[in-house]
Design a protein. Structure first.
Lengths: 467, 246
């Protein structure tokens, strides 16, 4: 879903915060998932070693990406899979559309794929008369509401069952006001069952593509990817090129990490391997770059491509939990989205690396050890140098830097500032001061530490006497 | 042991009590403490806002003030982390590197360099410990809840023998308070919400005081507490430890 007008993160977050009860619910729900993740991760004695191993495997992939891609293509083709290459989102969309056109298919079922969100595939196909139905329950809910997902693993986490009930009543004809989760899920199930049975094409994402075997693995809890792919004549699987792993045995590392990090489950309900098409059917794999080569070329940011899209950094992020996924105006939200998005469009996403306190929790939960908070810091430096920060901020920072670099000026400014705060509190306690909106200013002390030290410490007294 | 005291600019200006406590405490623990008079700021406010390239002046001033010392001790995890990770000098790289490895947060200096395990002060109150992120995750002052690794806490350990103290266990042990430097005004809504939520956790455990190793987090929480007219007070850990009598 494309957003034409971008609301900066801070403004969108402020709007999200107007409904305190909902923010609390959103925060607590995601914190619950974070705690489940902790419990599950802490049950594995070798957890930290697993993370390190996964990180090393992915670093190896990124360093040898050309060879692994060629190996994967060769092996996939041997298996009878048709491999396509897309340099960008547009090419990706054209390829998917052409496969459907060639097979004269007007309706497609799609399981979760953040890549197709990144490429805005649904819009592209809909404009060309193709009917696309998302089969992941969360994605179906947001699709019916004409909204993008707000979380990569839990697409409708910003909604409550009351919202879902309204949406299903409007679009699927469920009973008005019935908020029973079992009833609502059952209704979605019947609706999707019909979709699965009638679609001739199914699109899925790819969690892992194995270079050694030319197969790919799709992980879901609902089995919707399998249902779609097994019933359709044409299976299209779309992947960013970083989804590669060298060997099948490496799944033993990644499958243990993925679901534990994502939801605290030991493993996803379905981890389906697709290797070759059945008789008379087709499997297509579309391998997409869309800015990834550029990110690979940015030394400080390349390891963001290790990401396996578990969403743990979102669940743990105190800012994400209180601002909601839509405030990030990018297909991938949260901390990982904030280090991926500026690579795609620096101007549009210049606010995102600043939507963080740099608390570092994201880096600690990341199953492939991406230094997320350090990259947020580094993106800030890049964005300022490229001129994407407000001029007023630059002027303020330059003034601040000048004052703080000069001890004498600092002392004078400090002293007069404290004097003003004490005697003219209206100067700072006003609407222009964002601190003061919901917080009191610190109380002004009689003297600074330096002033106290001059009077009270023996060594300083001695020095003062000498001067 | 000779140590230079590095007092963050805003602590110097607004929280001299925390600085005095750190100064007196180090002396009581047997250190000869010097306070270089021309120090200002480590440069972190600019650097975290993306203006690290404007911090050369601060870096040069920091180096000029602290060049002669083997140990630089500071009652703020955040400022220490900034110096450790970002202090640089184009003209004297070696000296900058030496200072980067000589700077310590107050509680880690006490446990790791002075090798003191606990301090016998007196603070008969119910206290919640706020784990400031830069101290905790940046300097590894205590174990982080995300990791599958053994528990430890340098500041927590120092408080164990304080007489009368009742340290509570929070529901969310190390959630960020939302201060975040300029984040506290550029993302005001989230910053305040995070602070309010942190306070609720302490309130739920009926604390009299919230303490921590970073005055900046405490300043933010204090601002919210005062606006809410809450009876809960904030206090820097140095002030609790300084109740220790020689």
């Amino acid at each position: 879903m494309s957003s034409n007008k971008t609301i900066p993160h801070s403004e969108a977050a402020a709007i999200f915060n107007k409904n305190e009860e909902r923010v609390n619910w959103h925060d607590e729900t995601l914190w619950f998932v974070r705690e489940k993740r902790d419990k599950s991760a802490h049950q594995i004695p070798e957890w930290e070693l697993l993370r390190e191993t996964a990180s090393q495997i992915k670093l190896n992939v990124l360093s040898n990406i050309h060879d692994y891609l060629v190996e994967f293509e060769t092996n996939a083709q041997k298996n009878g899979i048709i491999v396509h290459w897309a340099a960008n989102a547009e090419e990706h969309n054209v390829i998917v559309h052409s496969i459907l056109e060639k097979n004269n298919i007007k309706q497609m079922v799609k399981s979760k794929s953040m890549l197709t969100e990144e490429c805005h595939l649904n819009d592209y196909l809909t404009e060309r008369g193709i009917d696309v139905i998302d089969s992941d329950l969360g994605e179906r809910i947001v699709q019916l509401r004409n909204e993008p997902p707000s979380h990569i693993v839990l697409p409708a986490i910003h909604l409550k069952k009351e919202d879902v009930s309204e949406t299903f009543h409007e679009h699927l004809g469920t009973e008005k006001g019935n908020i029973d989760p079992q009833y609502l899920t059952e209704s979605a199930r019947h609706h999707l069952r019909d979709v699965f049975l009638t679609r001739k094409a199914a699109l899925t994402g790819v969690n892992f593509a194995v270079a050694e075997t030319g197969e790919f693995v799709v992980c879901t809890n609902e089995g919707n990817a399998d249902m779609g792919a097994h019933l359709a004549d044409v299976h299209i699987a779309c992947m960013g090129f970083e989804k590669l792993i060298p060997k099948r045995e490496h799944l033993g590392v990644f499958l243990r990490l993925l679901a534990r990090s994502a939801t605290g489950q030991p493993i996803t309900t379905f981890s389906s391997h697709f290797k070759k098409p059945r008789e008379g059917k087709e499997i297509h794999v579309v391998i997409v770059d869309n800015g990834r080569s550029e990110q690979l070329g940015r030394e400080e940011f390349r390891n963001s491509l290790k990401c396996i899209r578990c969403g743990a950094c979102m669940n743990t992020c105190p800012v994400y939990r209180r601002s909601g996924g839509h405030s990030y105006h990018n297909a991938v939200a949260g901390p990982i989205g904030s280090i991926l998005a500026p690579n795609l469009d620096m101007k549009k996403n210049a606010d995102l690396p600043f939507a963080s306190t740099l608390c570092g929790s994201c880096t600690n939960v990341c199953p492939v050890k991406i230094d997320i908070h350090d990259q947020l810091y580094k993106w800030r430096q890049v964005l300022v140098k490229e001129g994407y920060t407000p001029k007023a901020k630059t002027i303020a920072m330059k003034t601040m830097a000048a004052v703080l670099a000069n001890p004498m000026v600092f002392e004078i400014v400090g002293k007069s500032g404290r004097f003003a705060m004490k005697n003219l509190p209206g100067l700072v306690n006003n609407k222009l001061n964002k601190w003061y909106d919901q917080r009191e200013m610190p109380e002004v002390p009689e003297e600074s530490f330096k002033e106290w030290y001059k009077k009270n410490s023996k060594s300083a007294k001695g020095k003062n006497d000498e001067q | 042991m000779k140590a230079a005291l590095f007092i963050p600019c805003y602590v110097d200006q607004f929280y001299p009590k925390a600085a005095i406590a750190a100064y007196e405490l180090l002396q009581k623990l047997g250190c000869y403490v010097d306070f270089p008079m021309k120090q200002t700021c480590c440069g972190q406010p600019m650097a975290n806002s993306g203006y690290q390239h404007l911090t050369e002046g601060c870096d040069a001033n920091f180096i000029a003030n602290f060049a002669g010392f083997d140990y630089i001790v500071c009652p703020s995890g955040s400022c220490v982390m900034h110096v450790k990770e970002h202090l640089h000098s184009d003209t004297n790289k070696e000296l900058a590197a030496k200072l980067r490895s000589s700077v310590y947060e107050l509680t880690e200096f006490i446990t790791d360099i002075l090798k003191i395990e606990s301090i016998e002060g007196d603070f008969p109150f119910r206290v919640g410990m706020h784990q400031s992120c830069h101290g905790q995750r940046g300097l590894k002052l205590s174990q982080m809840s995300e990791l599958n690794a053994p528990f430890f806490s340098k500041p927590g350990q120092l408080l164990t023998k304080i007489k009368g103290i009742d340290l509570v266990s929070l529901s969310r042990k190390d959630e960020c308070c939302g201060f975040g430097g300029t984040f506290c005004v550029t993302e005001e809504a989230i910053s305040v919400k995070m602070g309010q939520d942190r306070i609720k956790d302490h309130e739920k455990h009926h604390v009299d005081y919230i303490t921590g190793v970073d005055m900046s987090c405490l300043m933010h929480l204090e601002g919210i507490l005062k606006r809410q007219k809450s009876p809960i007070k904030t206090i820097h850990i140095a002030e609790i430890l300084n109740t220790f009598k020689v």
